[in-house]
Design a protein around this ligand. Structure first.
Ligand code: DX5
Ligand code: ZN
Length: 220
């Protein structure tokens, strides 16, 4: 089943509650929160205090995407702040087994994120410890970038890798997702679709989510 996870990075930060209510009306079932530290990626966004407030403002699960150096130092704090999904870049964490275990121990789902130029072979050993893998289809750091088309084949290969091992790992995709490519990434095996610009960029976020859901279900 396809789920839409709007990225609040492209929302209006002065009215986050209203924007989240709107995407929920449209059928979004997850809220994607991009945490950037200005070190792992060249941009600074939001952190723990905002996640704490959002957890009180919505019932939807918060999916925190940590684009930070040394994520092992902070991951469990995001769980305590109310995140129900926490993902960590494999490029940033030499001790990702420990970090993922800590996230799960806190009762949240643990995700591994891979950058566009990181090979799936980097997941070989770690895959079994994750609840989901987030495939980046742009280089992390900014909303509004162009989808990298080779991501579709990467999702397909990852889907095969997960299925061949009989694992119960979901695939999330993030970056440049819109009505034109959502069907293809869904067919390749992604189930959680992050979308920032395509949801908040056009004035009616509820309708944008509905349109993404219907585009993902269209027969090709
Ligand atoms: C990029 C972020 C994304 C971004 C997606 O670093 O991880 O979640 O907000 O935005 P769009 O959908 O505009 O590419
Ligand atoms: Zn993200």
């Amino acid at each position: 089943m396809v789920e839409i996870a709007p990225s609040i990075l492209s929302a209006d930060f002065t009215r986050l509650r209203e924007d989240i209510e709107a995407v929920e009306r449209g059928g979004a079932t997850i809220v994607h929160v991009d945490v950037m530290d200005g070190h792992f990626v060249p941009n600074i966004t939001i952190g723990l205090p905002v996640v704490r407030s959002l957890a009180r403002a919505t019932q939807l699960p918060l999916d925190t995407h940590l684009m930070i150096s040394e994520p092992g130092r902070y991951a469990e704090q995001f769980v305590e702040a109310g995140a129900r999904m926490v993902s960590v870049h494999i490029e940033a964490d030499p001790h990702i087994h420990r970090t993922l275990s800590g996230i799960k121990k806190g009762g949240a789902q643990a995700g591994i994120v891979i950058n566009p130029a990181t090979s799936l072979s980097a997941l070989d050993e770690a895959l079994q410890f994750a609840d989901y893998v987030l495939v980046m289809s742009v280089n992390p750091g900014f909303g509004g970038q162009q989808f990298i088309p080779t991501s579709i084949e990467k999702v397909r290969r990852l889907r095969r890798m997960i299925d061949e091992r009989g694992l119960n790992v979901r695939i999330e995709i993030d970056g440049g997702i819109d009505r034109s490519n959502i069907k293809q990434v869904a067919s390749a095996g992604a189930e959680i679709m992050v979308a920032g610009t395509a949801v908040f960029g056009e004035g009616d976020p509820a309708r944008a989510v509905r349109e993404l859901l219907s585009a993902s279900a269209q027969l090709v």
